[in-house]
Design a protein around this ligand. Structure first.
Ligand SMILES: C[S@@+](CC[C@H](N)C(=O)[O-])C[C@H]1O[C@@H](n2cnc3c(N)ncnc32)[C@H](O)[C@@H]1O
Length: 468
């Protein structure tokens, strides 16, 4: 155990981080994300670009990007890493088997660090160093932190990006959260903004500034407006942002503990990127950055290593009818779940000779020890597995024309409030039937475990074949 203060350890954090980052930059790349899936919630005519979601450690995703031609290509990186809260984040999952509702708790991600601040800063330094290499000459990076680490990360950032490229310290202030009688209520996060150089993208955004007394000033040449509150002018956005956290009943809420509001990302993306810019978030959580970037016609790259985050991001993008994206993952992740069996799967022809695929789902079986939940919930899960196992499936994607390489899911179904259990009788009409092709069914359970089945078409009969 080292007795040095964190200030005394900073030079070593920086030296070791630099050596490691340079080693990563120089080594030849070995592909880690060998399992790829293409998801098509909404068709696109832009075949030159596919948005990207990496399910795994962001260090590997950053390395892959650096070594596949993305060096100096990203205009904006926003990251919202863990805050050193010493908490293990959970998410509530409500399962409805058609008769009863069960509330389970699922692990989301851990913010506990073996050597506290030291290991936290070691983790971040190397990633920040490499992220700088991804930024374009016009690029900026926003690092979302709070009072626990921001002052230390500022020092690392000054060293990596240069003090002269420190643009702003944004205070995001909100009302939610607890209060204390022993200190002032902590109601803000801090976002550090650095640019890659002097020629950075900055599209000033406007905000309302209410007049004193909420009355009109009537100054010459100053445009004034009135709303329900009173008179105001429009001024360039200041560095203190009052934006509510995502409320319990908000439409955008996806029940991810540290989900950030879309409005916050909207400001950042509008200000520091242009249409068509590539915007990345390497600690993507529930995928807010991807959702907002796409709405604002930016291209996006996301990464997160949490199982739950992976499931939430995939589903959120599909629900959002997002443009096609590639989901990269490690092969063991793609096969981390239980097995979904089907009662019947067949190709049928209508009178005009048009093919349809009928699938009747049967059961979902999973080894309970594979599920990352507390023991107190395991009996409930066992019960649901016996009674209504399909209630544990959260998402299903089907490629009716699998080429044996990258599955392309242009049919998806998922659980939601109105439909607590996914469809068990699936009919996909008008499929392009080819004897030589396969059918790929991918499924994600409510705990974020994934798996797939592949079926071969044989003389118009469909048979389960060995997984690839
Ligand atoms: C504070 S949350 C991000 C929340 C996100 N901004 C949102 O709006 O939902 C931090 C995320 O970082 C992820 N994370 C932590 N370490 C990581 C790593 N090494 N690689 C990839 N993701 C990581 C966690 O799984 C978690 O989802």
């Amino acid at each position: 155990m080292c007795n040095l203060s964190i200030i005394e350890q900073l030079p070593k954090i920086i030296d070791d981080g630099q050596v490691e980052a340079e080693r990563i930059l120089k080594r030849s790349y070995v592909e880690a994300f060998t399992h790829k899936e293409k998801i098509i919630p909404e068709c696109s005519y832009n075949y030159d670009w596919l948005n990207q979601f990496y399910q795994g450690d962001n260090l590997l995703a950053i390395e892959k990007l650096l070594k596949s031609d993305y060096r100096s290509k990203l205009d904006l990186i926003y990251i919202d890493p863990p805050f050193l809260t010493n908490a293990k984040y959970k998410a509530k999952i409500v399962v409805n088997d058609g008769e009863n509702k069960y509330t389970l708790e699922q692990f989301a991600y851990s913010d506990v660090w073996k050597d506290g601040l030291l290991s936290y800063l070691q983790m971040l330094y190397i990633r920040l160093y490499l992220m700088r290499e991804l930024l374009s000459a016009r690029g900026s990076i926003y690092i979302h932190l709070d009072y626990r680490t921001v002052h230390y990360v500022k020092i690392l950032m000054d060293q990596i990006f240069g003090e002269e490229n420190f643009l702003n310290e944004i205070i995001w202030s909100y009302k939610s959260g607890g209060v204390s009688k022993r200190y002032y209520s902590r109601k803000h996060d801090t976002i550090l903004v650095y640019t890659r150089g002097k020629d950075y993208i900055f599209n000033p955004q406007l905000e309302k500034s209410y007049n004193r007394g909420l009355k009109p000033y009537r100054f010459k040449g100053v445009k004034e407006y009135e709303d329900k509150l009173g008179w105001y002018t429009l001024v360039n956005l200041k560095d203190v942002w009052q934006i509510d956290m995502v409320g319990r009943t908000a439409k955008e809420r996806v029940d991810y503990a540290t989900q950030k509001p879309e409005r916050l990302l909207e400001r950042i993306i509008l200000t520091s990127s242009d249409e068509d810019s590539i915007v990345a978030d390497f600690f993507a959580g529930s995928g807010t950055t991807g959702i907002v970037a796409e709405r604002l016609n930016r291209r996006w790259i996301l990464a997160d290593n949490g199982d739950l985050s992976g499931a939430i991001i995939n589903k959120r993008l599909v629900k959002n009818r997002s443009l096609p994206f590639i989901n990269y993952k490690f092969p063991d992740k793609a096969m981390s779940g239980g097995k979904l069996s089907v009662k019947n799967i067949e190709i049928v022809n209508d009178k005009k000779g048009i093919h349809a695929l009928n699938i009747e789902l049967d059961k979902y079986k999973i080894d309970i020890s594979k599920i990352n939940i507390k023991d107190k919930f395991k009996d409930k899960v066992k019960y649901i597995l016996q009674k209504k196992p399909l209630a544990l499936i959260d998402f299903i994607g089907i490629d009716t024309d699998y080429n044996g390489y990258i599955p392309v899911f242009n049919w998806q179904n998922y659980r939601n409030n109105g439909k607590p259990i996914i469809k068990s009788n699936i009919r996909i009409k008008d499929i392009d039937f080819k004897e030589s092709r396969k059918i790929y069914i991918k499924y994600i359970d409510i705990f974020g475990n994934e798996n797939f089945n592949i079926y071969q078409i044989n003389n118009e009969r469909v048979v389960l074949c060995q997984e690839d």
